[in-house]
Ligand binder design. Structure first.
Ligand SMILES: [Zn+2]
Length: 174
């Protein structure tokens, strides 16, 4: 089941080729936050920042995905197979998005989760680009593009949040 759906996802990735970023980074995004004044995990207010400002704050790889709806190359994110325990946050604004215990190994090439940390953590938008009917997921606080959600995930939700690892950072449990 997964293999077929993963194949479909890979096809869709190919279809998204123009938006693909050439990310060769293997870092865990921990450095991304150091010069970002909008990375505030403790603040819940919406973060409304023009893309012209984000462009000077986020790395080109993160900006292309988060603000231009790009897709990172599959199997490039260190988060894809990571078993780190903690909470995954939006790398742009610090919004808590997913708990590590909602992460599963989909084999699709991108970090996958079966549920977000809360309903309001995510914004859902129909996406009909590239001849497909998909649901885009964005950060509920800063509206950065995260990825898509598909209805082929494991129990208990049956959902697969297919997320670009480059827009995630993990706050590990100490
Ligand atoms: Zn965000």
């Amino acid at each position: 089941m997964f293999k077929i759906l993963c194949l479909l996802t890979l096809i869709s990735f190919t279809a998204c080729g123009q938006a693909t970023t050439k990310s060769t980074t293997t870092k865990m995004n921990t450095m991304e936050n150091q010069h970002n004044p909008y990375y505030k995990p403790d603040q819940k207010e919406a973060v409304i920042v023009p893309d012209s400002v984000w462009a000077n704050i986020l790395s080109p790889e993160v900006f292309a995905v988060a603000r231009q709806k790009g897709t990172e190359r599959p199997f490039t994110s260190p988060f894809e197979e990571s078993k780190e325990v903690g909470t995954y946050h939006c790398v742009a604004c610090g919004n808590a998005l997913f708990k590590s215990n909602a992460k599963f190994s989909s084999g699709c090439g991108w970090p996958s989760f079966f549920e977000p940390i809360s309903k309001s953590a995510i914004i859902y938008t129909p996406d009909h680009t590239h001849g497909m009917d998909r649901t885009e997921v964005q950060c509920g606080k800063c509206k950065s593009h995260l990825g898509h959600v598909f209805e082929d995930g494991p129990p208990p939700t049956g959902l697969r949040y297919c997320i670009n690892g480059v827009v995630l950072t993990i706050e590990k449990i100490k």
